[in-house]
Design a protein. Structure first.
Ligand code: NI
Length: 175
């Protein structure tokens, strides 16, 4: 399975709302999420949305795990979410300095609800409902933005909340 090209900021596909997946069990869809998984792992991501690989479909993977880009991330098995919908969000609003495979070199402090309950179809097309909290909830909401044609840059409160990756790394090491 070869990794796919990751759309970078400025590509129109990142700005366009994605379309529902008609049939989650379509072999082409299976191949798509399998390749997205490989692409995400190779890039060191903890999540990826189909528009990021130039497929404007409502499909994402969330896969929290500790790695070089997110050393403190909790470990979870990757979950493929097809046609996800937000049922409700809750908990405190919390901030975190997010990065994105489609926004190289920059991170941004984004405030998001700490908890989200969502519905989606699994890879067999079965409806699922799940509540995520903490970092996995953040990943989901970040990837959900991609399905709506948004990136974290749309969610920062001010340009002061943007930080170069290199500066962020230096500050983390100093902390
Ligand atoms: Ni992203």
């Amino acid at each position: 399975m070869t990794p796919m090209a990751i759309a970078q900021l400025g590509e129109p596909v990142l700005r366009q709302p994605a379309q529902p997946v008609p049939d989650p069990r379509d072999p082409a869809i299976r191949t798509l999420w399998q390749r997205m998984l490989v692409t995400m792992e190779q890039a060191g991501g903890v999540g990826i949305a189909a528009p990021q690989v130039f497929e404007p479909l409502r499909l994402m993977i969330i896969a929290s795990r500790p790695n070089a880009r997110y050393p403190d991330a909790p470990q979870m098995d990757p979950v493929v979410l097809i046609n996800p919908e937000i049922e409700h969000t809750g908990g405190e609003s919390v901030s975190f300095v997010e990065g994105c495979l489609s926004v190289p070199g920059i991170r941004g402090r984004v405030w998001r609800p700490n908890e989200v309950t969502l519905r989606y179809l699994d890879t067999e097309g079965q409806p699922q409902r799940r509540t995520l909290s903490g970092f996995p909830a953040r990943i989901f909401l970040h990837e959900f933005d991609h399905l709506e044609g948004r990136t974290f840059l749309d969610q920062v409160n001010s340009p002061d909340d943007l930080i170069a990756q290199s500066v962020w790394e230096r500050q983390c090491q100093g902390a």
